[in-house]
Design a protein around this ligand. Structure first.
Ligand code: NPW
Ligand code: ADP
Length: 493
């Protein structure tokens, strides 16, 4: 897991650490690493940094100071460095002196050509998006060309200016970086929502802050090793029942496709058997001979987890099926119409009364129905955790960077998502896979995190062959599990 923090936690750590160090030490460490990375990027593009042209965009705070000291280091290596100061009277004085002493210059407007732009306008002190003068400067700077005729490489200092460091929200305009060199700790806003898109490649520089980060992280990012370590694998002693049986209560006469997609997702998971209960049993039987179909949840036989709701409809039959799933003493993943029906009821009482864990998988509009308020808003982590705390359920809030939140306040952001998944039915596949992971015995938050992670990988893999449909995501799940080393069989020893 890669942890990320909110600004308050990072500021507290920096303050405590800086009190033990000579003034300016952390900024020097940050600037040195930033200069090194800029030189590498120039070398990758041009074969060397000497003589290349770097433009620093410098704001009023320490973020600008980092840029100026890094510019000084680059100038000492023979790079032609120019700086545009957004707020000359409040520019970091020592940084500016260092730059000019090293041969860098200040300009009133961006020059042309520019090979690399360093965005030091705003760091963790930035609030409320870029102001008009900064928007204009960024547009002009990034509209220039390098000596090779291509647009300049954009490197953000600590975080792209204009994104909210805690939530990743962008109000108005923000810098779009190719690389973000971030110092001491990952900022949550680099990983969530628009912030993740604006940050490009995020590279964390160690400035010694780690041991001083005393708060819990705001959010954690799962890595392949986590998911591979959790994924249930069959061993020699297993049979189809010990691996877990998942029940799929989805689909309807109107939406038989949802039954097929969720069942297809479940079949790629680790469960030993998939049971289907619903109105689309004929279609399921035709498509998936290994699935045991019945018409109603009550007749399905024993399962270790349920997935319920995709394409279920909202009629009396659907309500009865949802009630049967909610009453079952096994974990349940509720999606789509299951969430809509839940929202018509008293969500909190219903879920808190459940005899086993529940995972809710809303998109934004379903979230609004469930929460009884609006859509998640800018702070998607806080919104997810709020709903999880109220309902006692694990909440998986879908999106470009899907968020998983637990009732006790832990949050995860999925790094593998792709907009290619923004197509009808992919959520059904996710819900089926998640149910199979619950049946395989994973705790609910791990099941949710692992399902989102693998679902994202499958979306990316499917997109390599062309436009993606939900059926393509199902087809990609098995090869992705094998290719990533997540799937495997445990040997006898
Ligand atoms: N602390 C450390 O140990 C280390 C810190 N490091 C570095 O320091 C950075 C944090 O520096 P920081 O606290 O000076 O804040 P920073 O982001 O430069 O901006 C504050 C200035 O921006 C202004 N401003 C705010 N919003 C604005 C807007 N929308 N549009 C325009 N202006 C706006 C605000 O002015 P005001 O709004 O008050 O008028 C204020 O003057 C951090 O990200 C990292 O890079 C590293 O060196 C490692 C060690
Ligand atoms: N812009 C996007 N970028 C990445 N993933 C997305 C995007 N939009 C949607 N997704 C993903 O696609 C899936 C869509 O699920 P959902 O909205 O429930 O669709 P459906 O109900 O049609 O199955 C979710 O896993 C979601 O995270």
């Amino acid at each position: 897991m890669r942890p990320a923090w909110r600004v308050a936690s990072i500021r507290a750590a920096e303050e405590a650490y800086m009190a033990t160090l000579p003034a300016g030490t952390l900024m020097q460490r940050a600037a040195t690493a930033l200069a090194r990375r800029c030189a590498e990027l120039l070398a990758d593009r041009y074969g060397g940094a000497y003589g290349r042209r770097v433009l620093l965009l410098v704001g009023a705070g320490n973020n600008g100071g980092d840029a100026l000291f890094a510019g000084a280091a680059l100038a000492r290596r023979g790079v032609q460095v120019a700086a545009v100061l957004l707020n000359p009277e409040r520019t970091h004085a020592a940084g500016l002196s260092a730059l000019t002493a090293a041969g860098g210059r200040t300009l009133a407007a961006p020059p042309d050509p520019v090979d690399l732009v360093v965005d030091g306008i705003l760091g963790i002190g930035g609030r409320g998006g870029l102001r008009a003068d900064a928007v204009d400067l960024v547009a002009r700077a990034t509209g220039t060309r390098g000596a090779d005729g291509a647009r300049p490489t954009v490197v953000a200092v600590d975080l792209p200016s204009g994104i909210d460091p805690d939530t990743g929200a962008v109000s108005g305009e923000a810098v779009r970086a190719d690389v973000t060199v971030t110092f001491g700790a990952l900022k949550a806003g680099l990983l969530i929502g628009a912030g993740a898109v604006h940050s490009g490649l995020v590279e964390l520089v160690d400035i010694g802050l780690g041991p001083w980060l005393r708060d819990d992280p705001a959010v954690e990012v799962p890595e392949l090793d986590d998911v591979a370590g959790w994924w249930p694998r069959p061993g020699p002693g297993d049979d189809k029942y010990t691996r877990g049986v998942v029940g799929i209560a989805t689909g309807s006469a109107v939406y038989p496709g949802a039954a097929l997609l969720s069942t297809g997702g479940a079949l790629a998971g680790p469960a030993g058997m998939v049971r289907y209960a619903g109105a689309a049993l004929e279609s399921v039987r035709d498509h998936y001979p290994t699935v045991i179909p019945t018409g109603r949840v009550a007749d399905a036989g024993r399962v270790q987890a349920w997935t319920c709701g995709c394409g279920l409809g909202t009629d009396e039959r659907a309500k009865a099926e949802l009630r049967a799933v909610l009453a079952a003493p096994v974990p349940a993943c509720l999606d789509a119409d299951g969430l809509t029906l839940l929202a018509e009821d008293s969500v909190v009482d219903t879920l808190r009364g459940r005899p086993a864990p529940t995972v809710l998988t809303p998109h934004d509009r379903e979230f609004a129905r469930l929460s009884g308020g609006g859509e998640p808003g800018d702070d998607r982590v806080a919104a997810t955790l709020g709903l999880a705390a109220r309902t006692g359920a694990v909440v998986l809030l879908k999106g470009d960077r899907t968020i998983v939140g637990t009732p006790d306040g832990r949050a995860y952001v999925n790094p593998t998502g792709t907009p290619a998944l923004a197509t009808a039915g992919t959520g059904d596949v996710l819900a089926g896979l998640l149910g199979a992971l619950l049946a395989g015995g994973l705790p609910p938050e791990r099941a949710a995190v692992a399902a989102a992670y693998v679902h994202g990988l499958a979306g990316r893999y499917a997109a390599e062959s062309g436009p993606v449909t939900a059926a393509d995501v199902i087809a990609a799940l098995r090869p992705v599990l094998a290719r990533a080393g997540i799937w495997g069989v445990r040997s006898a020893t």
